[in-house]
Structures are given as C-alpha cells and as structure tokens.
Write a protein that binds this ligand. Structure first.
Ligand SMILES: Nc1ncnc2c1ncn2[C@@H]1O[C@H](COP(=O)(O)OP(=O)(O)OP(=O)(O)O)[C@@H](O)[C@H]1O
Ligand SMILES: [Mg+2]
Length: 495
C-alpha cells in the first residue's frame, strides 16, 4: 500500500534515527492511524506504543506494559525497552512547560535512543518546546489531507452513505469537487461530505456550492483565514496597466509546462500605494485571472491573540493554505503583523513570529502565491522588501487621466448606466487627484440624488458629488508625497 504523503517526512526522520520527534497536529486519530501503517513499512519493523495521561500505555504489541499515568515512567519505558519501537506520547506539552524532571528525562532519552530503532514521538496540537530541548526535538507540522487522501475519504463516506452518488461526475468535475474539500481536516471532510450527501443524495455539480459554503463556515471559525468567493474580474479594474501585464504573463506560472520551460514558481507580490486606488481589487482580479482559490489572512487577528497564540494560528493558517495549494494567500495590511506590538514588551516575540513567517515564505515548497498589501510603508522592515523575497514590489499611484476614464466607465456600467450617456472627458478633468474609490463614491452619491428625486441621473449630479468631496490627495497631501518618494527607488509602478 502506498503511504499517505503526509507521512513521508515522519518516516524519513525515523529512518534517519532521530530520537525525539514532535508532531504538531489537531488530528490525533488520523495521525495515529497513519503511524500504525509505519510499523510494518519500516525496516526493521517497529512495535507501536501509545501513551496518554488517562490511559497510560496501550498498543498493538504483545505483552503490553502495564498502564502508567506517570510521564516520567512513560519516558523510562522507552529508554529501557530493548525492542525497536515507536513510542507515541499524546498531549505531552503541559509537562514540557513546567516539569523540569520531564525535560531532563527527555534529554536522557535523546542520548539513550540515539542510533537505536526506538523513536519517541510527541503528538499534540500545541507546540511547546523548552529552550533546553530545542536542539534535541525535531518539530514536524503534520499536513492536512492532500488530494489523494481527501479523495479517499470522500469515496469512503459516499460508499457508506449513498453508493454511486459520485458517478454523475466526469473526471474533471470530480477533481474539482475534491479540490473544494482541501484545507479541511479529515474529520471535517467526512462531516461535510456526510452533511451534503444526506441533503442531496448525490454529488451533482450543484453540490459544489454547498461544499464551498460549508468550508467557508469552518474556516471562518478559525477567525484568521477567510476563503473568498471571488467575483472580481480583471476587466473591472481600471488602469494599472503594468500590473495587469505582469499578472497576465504569469497566468500559467503554476503549470507543469512553466516548470519544463525552466521558469521558477511565482512566489509573491507586494502592493503598496495610495488608499482606495485598487490594491485589494487587483489581488482579487489576479486570483480570478489565474483561476486559483483565494484565501485572506487577517494579520491583525493573528497578533491579537483571539485565535490562540500568534505562532499557533499562523502555523495552522499555513497548513490550511498549503493543503489548498496552488492558491493565492492574500495578506492585507501586512505591516500590521510586523509592528503591531512594536512599542510594547511583546515586540520581541512579534519579530520572531514574523521572522519565521518570512522563512516560510522563502522556503515553502507548496505553490502558495503571497499577495500582500501595505499602506504604511514606514512600518515595513527593510528585510521584508529585500530583493528576492517577492517577485515584485508594486506601487499604485493616483489614477492618471486615461485610467480615470476607464474607472468612470466601469462604475457607470456596473450600475447599468452607459458611459456614452455622459461626457467622460469632462469627468476625467474634474476627477484629477481623486482615487478610484472616491470616483466610485461620487457616482453612487449622484445615483442616490437622482433616485431621491425620482429622475434619471445627470452628469451634473456627479460633478456636484465630486465638488462636495475633499479628496484624499488634498487631506493627505504630505503623506502621499512621502509614499511616492519612497516608491521611487523601491517599487515598480503599477499604473
Ligand atoms: N483602478 C480601479 N478600477 C476600478 N475600481 C476601482 C479602482 N480603484 C479603486 N476602485 C474602487 O474602489 C474600491 C476600493 O478599492 P480597493 O479596496 O481596491 O482600494 P485599496 O487600494 O485596497 O485601499 P485601502 O488601502 O484603503 O485598502 C474598489 O472596490 C473599487 O470599487
Ligand atoms: Mg485594501
């Protein structure tokens, strides 16, 4: 039988005789099930022991050791046993936090188990490795189910609940269906599949929407990642020609053909610039253009501590995104993550977390494209925009005249008004210094005015709305000048 790919790194560490592994996972049952597969797969074969504080040791081996609910005894047993075996210690993190005897004994175990067929595996959802053990313990994040595994879970559920319910789908459709399940845990995949199938009795194409909605709800609970159902098309973005060209050239950047051509996988892009000029908009348009799922990470929330410690929530988010990959990870206002605590005592840990995030960005194997935006460029540390980190750093400026013409047209048409109904040239002149968001706002205000008076909108309504507005380029003049100066030698112009 082929091993789940998630298990491969664990297997190779065991084969390389690492004595202490820390498997970070929320899916204890799934991972224990996987580990069982290893017992016969490894050479020499291993016995398998599971330990928890409530049940002591239990395992598949004959002549099982007596139950012990003493963590020290659990480690001692691994040290003393002479057979080749895996010792899986569940939820050991509390002892690593404050039990010095446990920490010491693990150091002894590290020495004793070296070069033997014995491996101690700490398993749990919370990472807590004391400094004393940082060199001895190897931490492995256990990935969420990949395509093959998710497919198997889905098939198993369907076989049990509604045999034949998948047969209506052709190959392309079933691949798309399985992809929608990615990013969930094994239990979540099974639960969603069961729920949808009990409602519909089959997995027709329509069921896909339901699965997407369930997945959105599950991810929303994590509070830091949002699965965006994307509706923005590139033609709904006015101007920003350079950026669009760049994005179009890389539309097939994740394909096998691109690799064979010798191209590197696109890594990410950082977009800075003036508020309301379309940064968030182009990221959504990019994901649509590239036909990739879009997940938004809320950095502010990661560091707020609402969803667990920042380390945990970030690790969890990364695992989810990697399972969904290829995907676009949208990080709005990334500077929040860098400096939210910069004035407080927590700044040390913030920069450490951020550093590990940067490392992930640099070293990630999964095709996750990072699309980050930043407003407050002063808060971005220089190492962040260092060459090679992002494929490109773009600056989005106030729209120029041709761009404003496009923006006016887009927003009139979006609201069922033909651009030929109004004279665009006049509007283009009067919107000098206005952002895309402000132009849109003026059109909406004008429409309300007309609607309130039960008549069609006239161009004068838009002029009036513009006249009543003080654009950002006036109120924030100095700030904008500063941003432009910053961008001059650090960023490529998106416009
Ligand atoms: N170039 C543009 N073309 C079309 N619409 C635009 C453009 N720029 C801005 N808009 C309109 O303004 C809205 C706000 O823009 P967006 O959210 O992309 O700005 P932003 O640069 O992300 O601003 P912020 O820095 O405040 O987050 C968009 O949803 C869109 O309706
Ligand atoms: Mg934005």
């Amino acid at each position: 039988m082929e091993l789940p790919s998630a298990l491969e790194p664990v297997k190779s560490h065991i084969e390389a005789k690492y004595p202490l592994l820390y498997l970070l996972t929320w899916e204890e049952a799934r991972v224990c099930g996987h580990l069982m597969l290893l017992t016969t797969e490894l050479k020499p074969p291993r016995l398998m022991y599971f330990w928890s504080v409530t049940e002591g040791y239990s395992g598949q081996a004959e002549g099982q050791p007596v139950a012990m609910n003493d963590p020290l005894a659990a480690i001692d047993y691994a040290i003393e046993t002479t057979e080749s075996a895996l010792f899986v210690l569940k939820d050991f993190h509390p002892y690593l936090r404050d039990d010095h005897r446990v920490i010491r004994r693990l150091r002894d175990a590290y020495q004793a188990l070296q070069g033997t067929g014995k491996t101690l595996i700490l398993l749990g959802p919370i990472l807590s490795v004391p400094t004393e053990l940082e060199k001895e313990i190897t931490v492995l994040d256990y990935p969420l189910p990949d395509f093959l595994e998710a497919n198997q879970i889905l098939v198993d559920v369907v076989e049990a609940e509604q045999p034949g319910a998948l047969t209506q789908l052709d190959a392309r459709q079933s691949e798309a269906l399985v992809r929608v399940f990615l990013g969930l845990t094994a239990d979540e995949i099974a639960a969603v599949a069961r729920k949808v199938i009990s409602r519909r009795k089959s997995f027709s194409v329509n069921a896909m929407e339901e699965v997407i909605e369930e997945k959105r709800n599950i991810l929303r609970k994590s509070e830091i990642l949002e699965f965006i159902i994307n509706k923005v098309r590139i033609r709904q973005v006015g101007g920003l020609k350079n950026f669009k060209r760049w994005a179009k050239l890389r539309a097939n950047g994740f394909t096998k053909e691109a690799r064979e051509f010798g191209l590197p996988v696109p890594k990410g892009v950082l977009i800075t610039g003036i508020s309301g000029c379309g940064k968030s908009l182009v990221i959504q348009a990019l994901a649509d253009l590239w036909h990739l799922p879009l997940l938004r990470l809320d950095m502010g929330r990661v560091f707020s501590g609402f969803a667990g410690t920042p380390e945990e929530s970030l690790r969890r988010a990364i695992l989810t995104v990697e399972a969904v990959a290829p995907a676009v990870l949208w990080i709005d206002e990334i500077e929040m993550g860098v400096s939210v605590f910069s004035d407080s005592i927590q700044s040390g840990s913030t920069s450490r977390i951020f550093a590990s995030f940067l490392t992930w960005m640099q070293e990630k194997k999964a095709p996750v494209f990072i699309a980050a935006t930043a407003n407050d460029i002063d808060r971005l540390p220089p190492e962040f925009i260092r060459k090679g980190r992002f494929d490109e750093v773009f600056f989005v400026d106030l729209p120029k005249s041709e761009e404003r013409a496009e923006i006016v047209r887009i927003h009139l048409e979006k609201r069922g008004k033909r651009a030929s109904d109004v004279s665009i040239e006049g509007l283009v002149k009067s919107t000098e210094g206005y952002t895309g968001a402000e132009i849109e706002q003026a059109i909406i205000t004008a429409l309300f005015e007309a609607f309130g008076q039960s008549r069609e909108m006239e161009i004068n309504d838009i002029y009036r709305a513009l006249g009543n507005m003080v654009p950002l380029s006036v109120t924030m003049k100095e700030q904008i000048t500063k941003q432009k100066r910053w961008a001059d030698n650090r960023a490529v112009r998106a416009n």
